[in-house]
Design a protein around this ligand. Structure first.
Ligand code: UDP
Length: 274
């Protein structure tokens, strides 16, 4: 299911399409840019980023990110400066439809990491897994390697997003000659960490992956597929991790703001039309 091999020509075509910001296809949702990409597009972008060199930040945006960004201008600026903002959250797809610019597909960090590991195995990109509780990145790496023999894990390290640790962590990532760095420190810390450190880490791509390593390592369990398909994965998460309820108030807030935005833009269209 996670094997997306055999799409190389399609992949290189899309990589050109998405290489320049002005050519990006997507939608701005409450001030945060979200790219309209599929898993294949994402892999094409990553290929392009590694080939181009330099440092490219990727974010896995969901409604919680959007609400957090409204209160945190630094976070918002980082998301809007990112080279790729994945639509990781069913709420974003709903918002795209309401705002009249539908997104094609949900692209999650949790599934995305499997796809990325597949790409890395095929291309020989070196993957570094940073963050999560001690031992989790190692277990995630083991499972990824089981699925993709030949995958090169440049390194794993829990560390912490504390500023005092940054220099040492950057040195680890650099010494490991990392191509793609996955950072699991939760938002917005992982995005801020990458904004400060990605360029000096030598990695071509840095992705904030939230709880993805926990899911891959099996320390957290994702909702059954049927719930994901129905768009109620958040409900399952609330049941498994009830302490998230306060954070999840962001969801109704997000929905209300999107509807307001829709009303406003509808009114503007009418006024403009007369
Ligand atoms: N985490 C960490 N160090 C920290 C804070 C968080 O390693 O100081 C990890 C945590 O173990 C988990 C991930 O970051 O693996 C956060 O997952 P979550 O699903 O909460 O991500 P979010 O939804 O906040 O992006």
């Amino acid at each position: 299911m996670h094997n997306v091999g055999g799409q190389t020509s399609e992949v290189s075509k899309t990589s050109e399409v998405y290489s320049a910001r002005e050519e990006r296809r997507g939608v701005r949702i409450l001030g945060v840019w979200v790219d309209d990409v599929t898993y294949e597009d994402m892999l094409a972008c990553l290929d392009g980023f590694v080939a181009a060199g330099g440092a490219h930040q990727v974010a896995t945006v969901n409604p919680e990110f959007v609400i957090a960004a409204r209160r945190d201008p630094e976070f918002q600026a980082i998301l809007n400066a990112a080279d790729l903002c994945l639509p990781d959250g069913v709420g974003l797809l709903w918002a795209g439809r309401i705002l009249g610019r539908p997104l094609r597909q949900r692209v999650t960090g949790s599934d995305g990491v499997w796809h990325i590991a597949g790409l890395a195995a095929r291309r020989g990109y070196r993957l570094f897994l940073l963050g999560a509780a001690p031992g989790v990145a190692e277990e995630a790496a083991r499972r990824l390697c089981d699925r993709y023999p030949g995958l090169v894990i440049a390194g794993t390290y829990a560390g912490s997003p504390a500023i005092e640790e940054e220099d040492a962590i950057v040195e680890r990532v650099r010494a490991a000659r990392t191509d793609i760095l996955l950072v699991a420190y939760g938002h917005p810390r992982q995005e801020k960490w990458l904004a400060r450190n990605l360029a000096r880490s030598g990695a071509a791509v840095g992705i904030g992956v939230g709880g993805a390593l926990d899911f891959i390592a099996g320390v957290a369990v994702r909702a059954p597929r049927w719930m994901q398909r129905l768009g109620v994965e958040w409900l399952y998460r609330l049941w498994r991790e009830p302490w998230r309820w306060r954070r999840m108030l962001a969801l109704p807030q997000f929905a209300g703001l999107v509807l307001l935005e829709r009303l406003r833009s509808g009114r503007q269209t009418k006024v403009g039309g007369h």
